[in-house]
Structures are given as C-alpha cells and as structure tokens.
Write a new protein. Structure first.
Length: 241
C-alpha cells in the first residue's frame, strides 16, 4: 500500500515546517513493511518561501498558480502515485495516534475514506460553541473538515476530485460524492473521533466574531453565490496569516 500525503499551502512559511515534521514523525512511528508513502506540498501561488522550506524538509513541491484551495489539492493529487490520498492542511499537526487510526481505515478494506474531528485549543466560548456544532454535524452526516480528508485514489479520480467551482466547503461536497461512490460498493466513509486532528485556530485570532458571523451568514443565506466567488469569502482568501 502506498500513501500520498498532499498538503495545500499558501504563504505558510510560519507553519509548514511544523506540519511536515509532524507528518514525518507520524510516518516513522508506523513504519511497516509493505506500506510506503510520499509527501507532496501543493504551493498555491505563495509569495513567501513556503516552497523552498518544503523542499528543504524533503517534500515534493508542485505549483498551482490560481489561488483556490480545491485546485491546490487537485494539483497535488495529480502528481500523487499512492493508492490512497491524505489531504492535510498546512496549519495542522498529524499525530502518530491519528495516523494509526487512518492506517486502520486504509488496511481493513471496508472504507472509501474518512475525515476527523478537530481540536483547536484556546478558543473563546463562542468559537468553542461553533466547533461543537460542527463536530456534531460532521459525525452525524459524515462530512469531512477540510483540514483532513482521506480517500481511495480510484474513488477520488472517478468522482472528479475537489470541485473547482467552489472556493470553500469543497470538502463537504467531496465527502458526499465519496459516500455515494462507496455506497455502491459497500464501502463506508466515516469521521474518526478518538484522536482529533490538532489544527490552527488562527482565524479566530485574525478575524472578529462579527466578521466570522457575517461570513457564516453569507454562506447560509446566499450559498451558491458566496461559495463560487472568492470575493465573498474573505475569511479564506484575503491573505491574513
């Protein structure tokens, strides 16, 4: 079994080394004969030294010139050679425990893929409430958070990968299509809950409660227009880091 870990990155010089270190440490903790891996960083038109830092850390780097998260993930997947794809955000830390859970999903041959619940230490009360609501929805509906999504490569290819019409929530769209693909083959898509993924809460620090509430309301009340135009998705695309 060959696992491709794809990390989309836009101006992630501050965090990319930490992310890559966590990936290599987690892989080392699960070194098993017959299981190989590769790490691909999809540089999404960064203006800092994200790409050079990733290369120095030993990752393969591909370039995607259009700033769109789905395109960056697809660019990484296009050069991946693995039987399974693991998409991980650059501001996240992959623990050995979570990777162990993922490898169980992969090797037991009963799943098309999985996501994970999230851990964001230090959130204010209102953001903790939002995260709790998301966690309940994610587990109930089996929607993967964008910070981590794992799937079979053949399924990813057959369902068309991440939508390039969407500038946000493309991971939910892909989760639904993977579920449908798996259902036709008696394979499940699940959300792992035992070891949540540690991911950055920086959006909570960079944006006010009002800005985040406004973003959520735009998505809720004008979903299609908002999700298909990054001008309406400042929390994802205005470049704050």
């Amino acid at each position: 079994m060959h696992l491709s870990i794809v990390i989309p990155a836009f101006n992630e010089a501050r965090l990319i080394e930490r992310c890559l270190r966590s990936v290599t440490d987690a892989l080392a903790a699960h070194s098993t004969p017959g299981v190989t891996s590769e790490i691909i960083v999809a540089d999404n038109n960064s203006t800092d030294n994200t790409a050079s830092l990733a290369k120095q850390a030993g990752a393969q780097v591909v370039f995607e010139p259009i700033n769109q998260i789905g395109r960056a993930r697809n660019a990484g997947a296009a050069v991946a050679t693995g039987d399974w794809l693991l998409f991980l955000d650059a501001d996240s830390v992959l623990s050995p425990e979570l990777l162990g859970d993922i490898l169980h999903v992969i090797t037991c041959e009963a799943y098309v893929g999985c996501g994970s619940t999230l851990s964001m230490p230090g959130l204010p009360w209102w953001a903790s409430g939002i995260l709790r609501c998301w966690t309940q929805l994610s587990v109930l509906l089996r929607w993967a958070a964008g910070a981590l999504l794992v799937c079979r490569r053949d399924a990813f290819v057959e369902v068309g990968g991440f939508s390039q019409d969407l500038y946000a929530l493309e991971e939910i769209d892909l989760s639904k299509r993977l579920q449908k693909w798996g259902l036709q083959r008696n394979l499940e898509f699940i959300i792992l809950t035992t070891h949540p993924l540690d991911t950055s809460s920086r959006k909570i620090s960079l944006y006010s409660a009002g800005e985040i509430a406004g973003q959520i309301l735009r998505v809720f009340f004008n979903r299609r227009r908002t999700l298909t135009d990054k001008k309406h998705l400042s929390v994802w695309y205005d470049g704050r880091r």
